[in-house]
Design a protein around this ligand. Structure first.
Ligand code: ADP
Ligand code: MG
Length: 812
């Protein structure tokens, strides 16, 4: 393992001498935590942006930092092409056969050539197959293809679900989320809508906000129903029908329904739900690089998906505890069109929020673009690191410099425009100017060779092959949506009356999640509901948690007990006491059910069942001593432990920095002074040159300090002071004296390095979340605190077809 791999330093390449057009020795080691202030990578096509950003993602993964990588172009799937053995056969399935033909090579020969090129490229940069193996071991890379099944499909419809409790309390967060969901949806309908002025936006937002305020999830069919018949009659202070007449609402409903019925939309319903935590970590808590390929989508579809994704990322982020260390990365290759200077496409608002707030949560945002004119530089003024590659035109260079100047001004840094201008003009491919607010000055460097095979855009077929063994068994296709939105078919025929039930029996009604479609009839069927508030307490684990649970069980026969063990958990957990206003059919229920002694028995059974079967499961870790929070998955808990370990590591490194900083700077000063003195003395004697040791880049010291050796300037100043003093020195003795002084100083440096190396051994390397040993903790609810919320007969709405088949119309 390289020294820098222990230190949270990302190896991005080596310093580059623009004038001499050659690589220098100094490694460019980038402090991972600098990325929490985000990064921007700009350069023309072919300048090596994607290569550099993949280097960044690889380094992050090796350090256990997961990433979501949005891929509008198709290049990022290359992160899955990692071959530790670097054999020709490994490359063979992925090479460009046409390229081979153009070169007059057989595919096999070309694969062998490519494998060799990769081996050599890596070796030139001090890397090998073992490092590729390390990358593969550290993180799992996967490709998702939203709206398609080529890669892993991902379903976005959960985005209309009511947000989790932690967010629901934050009104601003909820408003952002509603706005994101609506903007995304309208983008998909290709309706350009201003969130404040457009009535489509206002209506949909109001519907969603209302539903969420009642903790009610929405799906598209329900949304369509509510667009036609909103569960409210006013918007703000105005009458709904004058703001948005029914006839026009019907048109919007039709458009939504066309969307729902379109074959391409079916793609959005398939696959695992869009869940940021699951994108970032495997179920074992291992970090992932989740490539979200959107190259196959149309522009409105891309906008829809990216907007929803960014909103989900914000939601996830806000649930994380704050951290000073890098926790995860969000990378977007080619951000063109999503973050423009003046326009406000739906994706821009959540991106702005991320740039403003993500730092506190350790989420680094990295954006790449080939089009410098298409960026909102004002909003990018807080970007901490700028990687500027070769740009095509002077106008582009000037534009980027304007942006950078703004960023430098925002942080109060000096900005030498003329110098940077000439630097930018002479950059070559894979050569970048890095401007990092956390470092003392900009540096020009050449990106290192990528561990992944950069074969370029992957075809659908290739993505399919790459992901073939990762896909879960095919799920049955979703039922086709109904063809046209219709008002609920409430036939005014004489209907069976609501059966009479003993007055002492509690009766409840589950709300209608959506109206029955087509010719289906609405029918209420009896079931048993049991709902309670449970209290989980464990002082040692800092646990004091109230939870609501609602169960729905089948109606037992007249004397039997309720089979709670086969009950379903009611997800929405909503029920009411009032019968529905509209007439409906009822299925009969035994009249005496749940009366008398039976009621007491039911209650005892339910309490017993909940205490036995609804224990809260938590995980406990011995080192560090932590207990998972209720609702925290194992993966999330492991990720949190890893983050704690990372914070500890970063703290230890910071301590070493401050401990050795002054000491090493003093030694360096002595070395420079001695070198200068020696140089002077030798010159007097007619010799030339002294080998200097100022370049510390490749040493351990360099790895620890990266480019943050604050004393570099002091060293130069000290050197010139010595130069003046040395002017008076004379003679051969002076040479010997200077040599001795230099040797002593070099020995001191070696000793300090040795000492540092020993101390570094106690700094823990980046942690593998799998290493934590967890024990499971099962905490039953406290029986004495169990508060019954509902127990009795529940009327559940169903859609019944003429042939007797039935679909539930409530949320189970
Ligand atoms: N880090 C790297 N390691 C190896 N090859 C690279 C690297 N970066 C770029 N390249 C080569 O240069 C080509 C263009 O670079 P790329 O990053 O795709 O440019 P951009 O994204 O700016 O258009 C890549 O296809 C690859 O062959
Ligand atoms: Mg690119």
């Amino acid at each position: 393992m390289h020294d820098f791999e222990k230190l949270g330093s990302f190896y991005l390449g080596r310093a580059y001498d623009l004038a001499g057009r050659r690589l220098l020795d100094a490694l460019i080691l980038y402090d991972a935590n600098d990325l929490t202030t985000h990064g921007l990578c700009i350069g023309m096509t072919g300048s090596g942006k994607t290569g550099l950003c993949l280097d960044l993602l690889e380094e992050a993964a090796i350090d256990g930092v997961p990433a979501i990588a949005i891929d509008p172009k198709g290049d990022l799937g290359n992160l899955l092409l990692t071959f530790p053995d670097l054999r020709a056969e490994d490359f063979r399935p992925w090479i460009d056969e046409e390229q081979a033909a153009r070169k007059g090579l057989t595919p096999d020969a070309y694969a062998a050539e490519t494998a060799e090129a990769w081996r050599k490229g890596l070796a030139d940069w001090g890397q090998d197959g073992a490092r590729i193996a390390r990358l593969r071991q550290a993180a799992e890379a996967v490709v998702y293809t939203p709206g398609s099944t080529a890669g892993l499909p991902i379903s976005v419809l959960r985005s209309f679900d009511a947000p989790p409790a932690q967010i629901a309390e934050d009104t601003e967060a909820v408003r952002d989320r509603v706005q994101g969901a609506v903007s995304g949806l309208l983008a998909l309908l290709d309706i350009e809508a201003d969130p404040v002025a457009s009535r489509e936006h206002i209506l949909l937002s109001t519907i969603i906000e209302r539903a969420w305020a009642e903790s009610r999830n929405l799906d598209l069919p329900t949304l369509i129903g509510e667009v036609q018949q909103p569960p409210f009659s006013r918007i703000g202070v105005m009458d709904l029908d004058s703001v948005y007449p029914e006839k026009d609402r019907f048109e919007l409903a039709i458009r939504l329904n066309q969307l729902l019925a379109s074959p391409s939309f079916a793609g959005w319903m398939e696959g695992e739900p869009l869940d940021v935590s699951r994108l970032l970590y495997t179920s074992e808590g291992r970090p992932r690089i989740a490539v979200l390929s959107i190259a196959h989508l149309s522009d409105p579809e891309r906008m829809f998906f990216v907007t929803l994704l960014l909103n989900e990322v914000i939601g996830w982020m806000r649930r994380q505890p704050g951290t000073p260390s890098l926790r995860a990365l969000l990378y977007m290759d080619e951000v063109f069109g999503f973050f423009p200077p003046t326009a406000m496409p739906p994706s821009k608002r959540p991106m702005l929020t991320l740039l403003k707030q993500a730092r506190a949560y350790g989420l680094g945002v990295v954006l790449a673009t080939q089009n410098p004119v298409d960026l909102d530089y004002k909003a990018l003024a807080n970007m901490g690191t700028w990687f500027i590659g070769r740009l095509q035109t002077e106008r582009d260079q000037a534009r980027v410099l304007d942006g950078l100047e703004g960023a430098a001004a925002a942080t109060g840094q000096t900005f030498d425009r003329a110098r940077l201008e000439s630097t930018l003009a002479s950059l070559g491919s894979r050569v970048f100017l890095m401007h990092n607010v956390h470092e003392s000055e900009p540096v020009v460097f050449h990106s290192r060779w990528a561990l992944s095979y950069l074969r370029g855009p992957l075809t659908r077929e290739q993505i399919k092959r790459l992901m073939a063994d990762r896909k879960p068994a095919a799920a049955p296709p979703a039922p086709p949506p109904d063809s046209a939105p219709q008002a609920p078919a409430l036939t005014p025929e004489p209907l069976p009356e609501r059966p009479l039930v003993a007055a002492e029996v509690n009766q409840y009604f589950l709300p209608l999640a959506r109206p029955p479609q087509g010719t289906a009839r609405l029918q209420y069927r009896p079931a048993i509901i049991g709902a309670a508030q449970l209290h989980y307490v464990r002082a040692g684990a800092g646990l004091d948690e109230w939870r609501d649970v609602a169960l729905l069980a089948d109606v037992p026969d007249a004397t039997g007990g309720v089979a709670w063990e086969s009950a379903t958990v009611l997800a929405g957990g909503a029920w009411g006491a009032d019968p529905p206003a509209a007439p409906a059919e009822y299925e009969p229920a035994p009249a005496g059910l749940g009366a008398g002694k039976q009621a007491g028995a039911w209650q005892r059974d339910l309490t017993q069942f909940l205490c036995a079967e609804h224990a809260l499961r938590l995980w406990q870790c011995g080192a560090p001593k932590q207990t998972s929070q209720p609702g925290e998955s194992e993966a999330e808990f492991r990720a949190r432990l890893a983050q704690l370990a990372r914070e500890r590591r970063d703290l230890a490194v910071a301590k070493l920095r401050s401990k050795y900083g002054t000491k090493l700077a003093a030694i360096q000063e002595r070395i420079v002074a001695a070198e200068t003195r020696l140089e002077r003395a030798r010159a007097e004697q007619g010799y030339r040159g002294v080998e200097t040791t100022l370049s510390v880049g490749a040493t351990l010291v360099g790895a620890l300090f990266g480019r943050k050796v604050a004393s570099r300037r002091n060293i130069t100043e000290a050197a010139s002071a010595v130069r003046r003093v040395a002017r008076t020195a004379r003679g051969r003795d002076e040479v010997a004296l200077a040599e001795a002084a230099l040797n002593t100083a070099r020995e001191q440096l070696a000793a300090a390095e040795q000492e540092l190396a020993v101390e570094l051994q106690s700094v823990e390397a980046a942690v593998d979340p799998a290493q934590f040993e967890l024990t499971e903790l099962s905490i039953p609810p406290r029986k004495s605190d169990l508060a019954l919320r509902a127990l009795g007969l529940a009327w559940t709405p169903w859609a019944v077809e003429a042939d007797g088949s039935a679909q539930p119309l409530f949320r189970a």
